[in-house]
Design a protein around this ligand. Structure first.
Ligand code: NI
Length: 182
């Protein structure tokens, strides 16, 4: 397994709608494993393939041991979303240190293929439902910033640009923190 480089806001692949996976083969499984490895190294709870520069409809979600199991999302689709929504703070590994309140459906029904290419359907709610909606957005070229009001979005983008002063490029190495580090 490999920790891959992360693509940050400004990288065109984040805005590219990802291509459906034709067959779940060893290359797809390797990417899934790398997504988990990269997400965990970066201390994230979800990661989509375009965030590591691959425009394919593949993502992973692991919001912690209290919400098992971790999810592999290959060609994921939300087939039902509750009208009831919840607004909560979100961040994104591709936009480090920027956070905003996003309104999402509280519950969703998800259909996807797993790591072995088997179709599954599951009902999710709360934080896990939120994470899945965030990752599927990525596969459609949508970022959480797009859900905010224009005023709020512009404010956060300005803050992001200030935080990026002096840094060039939008592909970043993930440096895993030593175990035990807070
Ligand atoms: Ni994200």
């Amino acid at each position: 397994m490999t920790v891959r480089k992360l693509h940050l806001l400004g990288s065109p692949v984040l805005r590219r709608p990802a291509t459906p996976v034709a067959a779940v083969d060893d290359a797809v499984r390797e990417l899934v494993d790398d997504l988990f490895e990269t997400m965990r190294a970066a201390k994230g709870v979800g990661l989509a393939a375009n965030q590591v520069g691959v425009a394919q409809r593949i993502a992973v979600v692991d919001v912690g041991e209290e919400f098992p199991p971790p999810l592999v999302l290959v060609n994921p689709r939300i087939v039902q979303a509750s009208d009831v929504t919840e607004t909560a703070e979100e961040g994104c590994l591709s936009i480090p240190d920027i956070y905003g309140d996003v309104e999402r459906s509280l519950a969703v029904t998800l259909e996807a293929l797993d790591r072995d290419g088997r179709p599954y359907r599951t009902e999710l709610s709360g934080f896990k439902a939120r994470a899945v909606q965030h990752e599927i957005d990525h596969l459609d070229g949508i970022l959480f910033l797009d859900h905010l009001s224009a005023v709020k979005r512009h404010l956060l983008i300005a803050k992001w640009k200030r935080s990026r002063k002096g840094q060039s490029g939008y592909i970043k190495d993930v440096t895993p923190e030593p175990a035990g580090e807070l």
